[in-house]
Design a protein around this ligand. Sequence first.
Ligand code: SAM
Length: 217
Amino acid sequence: MTERTFTPALGRLAPVRHYDTVITLTRERLWRGLVVRHVAPHPDDVIVDVGCGTGSLAVLLGRARPEARIIGLDPDHDVLAVARRKAAAAGVAVQWRVGMGDAVQDAVGAGAASVVVSSLVLHQCPMSMKRAMLASMFAALRPGGRLVIADYGLQRTTLARLGFRLVQLADGIEHTQPNAEGVLPCLISQAGFRNVREAAAVPTITGTISIYTGRRP
Ligand SMILES: C[S@@+](CC[C@H](N)C(=O)[O-])C[C@H]1O[C@@H](n2cnc3c(N)ncnc32)[C@H](O)[C@@H]1O
């Protein structure tokens, strides 16, 4: 994989059309609900969902606060086609953009976002891309802007590590293992975010999904 290519939503496991079915295995209602709660969207928010995939989180955020401006960014035209249909069916307005997560500020404008969210993306990316994406999220946020990430983080127990093997089957070991070893809070801090913390940890049969929050000073 090069810097300009990406792992599709279900990795090498299955085509994108099966994504929404497979992802229910991750207790997605629970962790997506926690993301929305931590975002706590305001009417004047500009919220960017980086690696938005089939748009489930963007649609939930739009439902929670229809006045907010929601932007979904993903490099994959196929997932964005699903996302567009989902938002239209739900009657939720989302602006969709095609692009990589290391070019968020190009897609939405430097300092334009009040909140950046990203779910289940960083674990699929090489270390250099994880860093570049977090730097780009930082650049896209206005001072005081907030970051909320939901992704596979530190896998603390044998059971969690076993479950996470399913994810590693789909996405490979190389890019996923640093997440399992707990690299994310460190990378988020290194990108310049402050008050970085693991706000929640949700055990699933595919490993633990953590919610990380931080703030651009
Ligand atoms: C596992 S899916 C998660 C989708 C969605 N965020 C969710 O919560 O269901 C990962 C998504 O990240 C996208 N992706 C992979 N590498 C990316 C990158 N470097 N920048 C932005 N998006 C990326 C993929 O196209 C895919 O849609």
